[in-house]
Design a protein. Structure first.
Length: 133
């Protein structure tokens, strides 16, 4: 394939292979709500990302939903009170937390009060837990 692919065709071929790999190696993240009232998803993403499937249903207290993400590395900045800033590649996303949120943990590790590097590729499935007091 690569010997005959030149110029724009080579770029298209490489991008297509990358998209296929990202879609097939996506990881699941179970999002749990522990006492936070109903959480409503905000799923407005301006571009389509291969392997990304976000939940569309509200997340009720005591319930869980699953999101599917490409196996990227993320940096989560929880140093600003009431906000989680998530960065990956060129994407930046901020999530405002209500004052009722006492903890947000990823695979059992708190994300609040520090900067955490998260490697989604390390496991096929993960758990993100929002806890309110």
């Amino acid at each position: 394939i690569f010997k005959s692919a030149r110029g724009p065709l080579a770029v298209v071929t490489i991008v297509a292979i990358g998209i296929a790999v990202m879609s097939q190696t996506s990881v699941d993240i179970k999002i749990e709500n522990r006492g936070c009232g109903t959480l409503y998803p905000s799923t407005s993403i301006p571009i389509s990302i291969p392997g990304l499937v976000l939940p569309s249903d509200p997340l009720v207290s005591g319930g869980s939903v699953t999101a599917t993400l490409p196996p990227l590395s993320l940096t989560v900045d929880g140093t600003t009170s009431g906000t989680l800033k998530i960065t990956s590649l060129a994407f930046n996303f901020s999530m405002q937390l209500s004052s009722a949120v006492s903890n947000v943990s990823f695979d059992g590790v708190s994300l609040l009060g520090k900067v955490t590097d998260v490697r989604l590729l390390d496991k096929k499935s993960h758990t993100l837990t929002m806890t309110c007091s």
